[in-house]
Design a protein around this ligand. Structure first.
Ligand code: FAD
Length: 576
């Protein structure tokens, strides 16, 4: 179990529940003093340290605290050691992508770290590899949802594919109409009137009430939105899915000129959206590059290509003789600053190795999760704490499975499979990226990593309540349940291709992200906030010597948002 691994969250839950030993009783003060303490060692926290040092100079003393046993926050990697040969895969965030163009600040940081996503995409990513072997998308229809287990190869909009699906003739007819028809389901409305209507209706209701598909069609699409939104089509607006290529809008002639929501470009990621490239371990490489920049002793100097296979010297992260220190396994429990008018210093109490410690700094950036902040800083204004609590993060699970060979995928002709009714709703072979001395496996007889994604949620509730329910489910789900479900799903899905879970699965890592994506507002459930009054804007106000970063404070789930917010927070502090 990685992600929120055992040992990382129990004390924080006790703090929430009020069952926490009084933090102030007798924290040890080793006398450490810093210019900046950062709470949260994700990309935002690491970037905050980077920007602070850039502005304050190399003499700035900085401490970064994180409650996990590794840095990076959601940007963590999984390493699988196959007899001395390491294969990498992302444990959490993968793509250097955003539906918006990267700001000058975020793009500038990537450039300063040596990352050129456009050049790297051309040089290191082999997206054509699986298609060159005839592998493509597929759908796994499971018995519990569709009456029989069947893997169907190909896109359902392609001729001949739907015929193989275990669906009624009515469902097939309606899916074909939905996916290929050029029908205007909102006749008489202008494009902007259509958009207003589509923003207030779920995609599910759009399909049922306006497209008028048979209800048996719904299970086929229900989990299509899981990967992006963490909930099914019952809780995502039709307008939000339109830019992402969902069917049913072809005949509406919607004006692509204006973005539907939160700055998303009308063409989804395809245009205006920034980059495609990702490292073999996802954005963990960005976190590792930041750490190497902050603490040069942590990894040998070198290029971006080198860092992918470099080992981090964890022993050098927290040394008294370094200007910047990263202290893992350390949960901040109290952060106190003077009032806004008289900031003075910040005192941070944290739980380290079974002891409380106190330390002080001139400034503090809270790059941790928004909902944690009211527990750390009860002195914040009530309105600000309420706003911080509003943003309920999205729970997700990225499960990485090592299999002894991928011949069954080759036999069945699939490299990525959507599984609308299964425990994990998507499965795919690790994409092929070669960089530095790292080489992705290319022989079907070789060990490979398979990524499966699960999004726990409860259809029918509001989006935020679905996230709460999903998180509770995750907390109560042990590894044995995951393992059983993985073996069952892969066996039933790939069995016809010769896959035998008992023989072919060699390792499983479950990355739990109960506090995953930042909450982005949902037009179905959230009001239209007035400018500067949205919860993330109210919640991120500076308080004395404390400023607030993290992608939560942008209400946006992307790397660029985490970096931009770090920059803003540091600017606020240094403005005086
Ligand atoms: C599964 C998953 C996939 C994603 N995929 C992508 C993607 O492909 N592309 C993309 O751009 N974005 C993706 N994201 C979004 C990702 O959240 C952001 O891009 C970014 O990495 C967030 O960084 P952050 O530093 O703001 O927050 P985090 O990475 O969440 O870091 C915050 C850190 O603060 C720590 N913390 C919290 N409270 C305390 C405390 N009291 N004391 C000490 N430490 C504390 C947390 O444990 C955590 O380690 C994904 C997210 C998830 C969960």
């Amino acid at each position: 179990m990685r992600g929120s691994h055992p040992g990382s969250f129990e004390a924080a839950h006790a703090l929430r529940d009020g069952s926490f030993p009084k933090a102030g009783t007798s924290p040890i003060d080793p006398g450490e003093r810093y210019d900046l303490i950062v709470v949260g060692g994700g990309i935002s926290g690491l970037a905050a340290a980077y920007f602070y040092r850039a502005a304050a100079g190399p003499a700035a003393r900085i401490l970064i605290l994180d409650n996990h046993d590794d840095f990076g926050g959601h940007a963590k990697r999984n390493e699988f050691d196959f007899g001395g040969k390491i294969q990498l895969i992302n444990g959490g965030t993968l793509g250097i992508e955003s539906p918006r163009r990267y700001s000058a600040v975020a793009a500038g940081l990537l450039a300063a770290l040596g990352i050129d996503p456009v050049v790297f995409q051309a040089r290191h990513a082999d997206r054509g590899f699986y298609p060159s072997l005839g592998l493509g998308p597929g759908v796994f229809f499971d018995k519990d949802t569709f009456g029989e287990d069947r893997l169907v190869k190909g896109k359902t909009s392609s001729p001949g594919v739907l015929e193989q699906a275990p669906l009624s003739n009515t469902a097939r007819r309606d899916i074909l109409r939905l996916e290929t028809g050029q029908i205007d389901y909102l006749p008489g409305l202008s494009s902007s009137e259509m958009k207003a209507r589509l923003s207030r209706i779920s995609y599910r209701d759009y399909l049922l009430d306006l497209v008028k598909v048979d209800p048996s069609v719904i299970p086929f699409y229900q989990s299509r939105t899981h990967g992006e939104w963490g909930v099914g089509i019952d809780a995502v607006s039709a307008l939000d899915v339109w830019p992402f290529g969902f069917p049913g809008f072809q005949g509406l002639q919607l004006d692509p000129g204006s973005a539907p929501h939160m700055g998303y470009t009308p063409a989804g990621y395809a245009d205006g959206g920034s980059y495609e490239f990702h490292f073999p371990d996802g954005n963990a490489t960005i976190a590792r590059l930041l750490v190497r920049s902050l603490i040069p002793q942590a990894a040998p100097a070198g290029t971006v290509e080198d860092i992918v296979t470099e080992r981090i010297d964890y022993g050098s992260l927290d040394r008294p003789d370094h200007m910047i220190r990263i202290r893992l396994g350390s949960l901040a429990v109290s952060v106190t600053s003077g009032e806004p008018a008289s900031p003075a210093t910040v005192e941070v109490v944290y739980l380290g190795k079974e002891r409380f410690y106190t330390t002080r700094a001139k400034h503090c950036v809270l790059a941790c999760w928004n909902m944690m902040i009211p527990y750390l800083c009860p002195q914040l204004p009530e309105r600000q704490k309420e706003a911080l609590r509003y943003l309920v993060k999205v729970p997700l699970v990225y499960t990485n499975v090592a299999v002894s060979n991928w011949q069954p995928f080759l036999t069945l002709g699939v490299s990525r499979i959507h599984c609308p009714g299964s425990f994990h709703s998507s499965v795919r072979l690790n994409p092929v990226t070669d960089i530095g001395s790292y080489r992705a496996p290319r022989s079907p007889g070789a060990l490979i990593l398979v990524q499966m994604v699960r999004t726990p949620c409860r259809p029918g509730l509001s989006e935020r309540d679905q996230h709460r329910a999903g998180r509770a489910e995750l907390l109560a789900t042990g590894f044995a349940t995951f393992e059983e479900s993985i073996r069952d799903q892969l066996g039933r899905m790939l069995g016809p291709g010769g896959f035998n879970p008992a023989r072919d699965i060699t390792a499983i890592t479950v990355n739990r992200w109960p506090h995953g994506y930042a909450y982005e507002y949902n037009p179905l459930f959230d009001p239209d906030w007035r400018k500067a009054e949205a919860p993330h804007e109210v919640g991120r106000a500076r308080f004395g010597a404390i400023a607030i970063a993290n992608s939560d404070s942008a209400a946006a789930v992307y790397t660029d948002a985490a970096i931009d917010q770090a920059h803003r927070a540091v600017q606020e502090l240094l403005a005086g």
